[in-house]
Design a binder for this molecule. Sequence first.
Ligand SMILES: [Zn+2]
Length: 189
Amino acid sequence: MTPEYVLQHFEETEALLEGHFLLSSGLHSPKYLQCALALQYPKDAEKFGKAIAEHFVDAEIDTVASPAIGGLVIGYAVAASLNKRFLWTERQNGEMTLRRGFTLKAGEKILVVEDVITTGGSTRECIAALESNGGEVVAAASIIDRSNGAADVGVPRVALVSLDVPTYTEEQCPMCFHGDKPIKPGSRR
Ligand SMILES: [Zn+2]
């Protein structure tokens, strides 16, 4: 699967919007990404899952795991393609934990899958939660890498596409400078 194919699908499903956006962080950006929209149809999720799984067909992996909620759909799709167990970590009182009775064997080899990696923070937290439960995380993957390769999660990592998503404060925003007003994603354009 080519990066162009991924981006075209994201644009067609409005998972990737171009314009002038006010992000929930308060920063402005010419791009807005909402991965969930690209994965609404199981056939699409399956395709992306297979494309990620192809990187790991020869890897020694027992289990696929994702940080909830963002990683659930794509993580499940990758696990289905590799025919491996799937589980997830989730936040409890702000801390990423393994809940719901999920347990790991000592040394269980795990692939961590996310929809988007931005700073790698949630992937790193997911890895830490899995390792504190005895797992051994051997690799990580995402559909989109918003860090343009910069995010370090401590294990080898692959992404289907790297994307540069610049963000600006209102004062620095070149679109605001030209008198354009940002919109909040989700409000109707
Ligand atoms: Zn702006």
